[in-house]
Design a protein around this ligand. Structure first.
Ligand SMILES: CC(C)(COP(=O)(O)OP(=O)(O)OC[C@H]1O[C@@H](n2cnc3c(N)ncnc32)[C@H](O)[C@@H]1OP(=O)(O)O)[C@@H](O)C(=O)NCCC(=O)NCCS
Length: 172
């Protein structure tokens, strides 16, 4: 079954790429921090700084992927792999490029990488009011496990979501 599942994802991702002419995906490095900091400003109310992004991308445990329209990064995802856990650190798509399947494409890529790295679990945190992102995560089998009350600077709660990877669980 994993092969069929992989092929299905590949087919869907190819379909999405065909839908958005010129869309490319590439790995990110710390050299991308300046461009990502502009995306952060356009996407998030509490954006990560260029230094924070550079520091993050310099960690050996962190991997990132950018979706590019020509040379311009229009969306990105950062994930971390520590022991048998993975963490989705950040994912964002520029407002004018939303609802085209790019968020799903990046999440697919990251979760495939989690499987390759034999992660048992993937954690992420999301604002309680961010229903768009939650809908995406729930479609991928993430479940709420914890609420961090008033976690964000505006007093909003954070939901901690987890996804278990069935293949890894079966083998333990
Ligand atoms: C969340 C985000 C990454 C989704 O990216 P996207 O490229 O627009 O998402 P997709 O087009 O791949 O949509 C995938 C699914 O997510 C859900 N979704 C995405 N945006 C949604 C919205 N505005 N309202 C409701 N559901 C939404 C839908 O289920 C959608 O599937 P559908 O189009 O078949 O209904 C994007 O909205 C974003 O960058 N938001 C701001 C940053 C952010 O909140 N990041 C997450 C931090 S935890």
């Amino acid at each position: 079954m994993p092969d069929q599942f992989g092929k299905a994802k590949l087919k869907r991702n190819q379909w999405i790429k065909n839908l958005i002419p010129g869309l490319k995906i590439r790995s990110l490095t710390s050299a991308d921090a300046p461009e990502l900091s502009y995306l952060e400003l356009a996407i998030f109310s509490s954006p990560w700084s260029e230094n924070a992004l550079r520091g993050c991308l310099e960690l050996s445990t962190v991997e990132g992927w950018g979706a590019l329209d020509g040379d311009k990064v229009i969306a990105y995802l950062l994930g971390q792999f520590v022991s048998d856990e993975s963490h989705l650190l950040n994912v964002g798509v520029l407002p004018e490029h939303r609802r085209k399947g790019i968020g799903r494409l990046l999440l697919d890529l990251f979760l495939t990488r989690c499987e390759e790295k034999e992660a048992n679990t993937c954690y992420l945190e999301v604002r309680a009011g961010n229903l768009a992102a939650q809908k995406l995560y729930f479609q991928y089998g993430f479940m709420p496990v914890y609420v961090r009350k008033k976690y964000y600077p505006n007093g909003e709660d954070a939901l901690i979501l987890v996804k278990h990877f069935p293949d890894s669980i079966q083998s333990t």
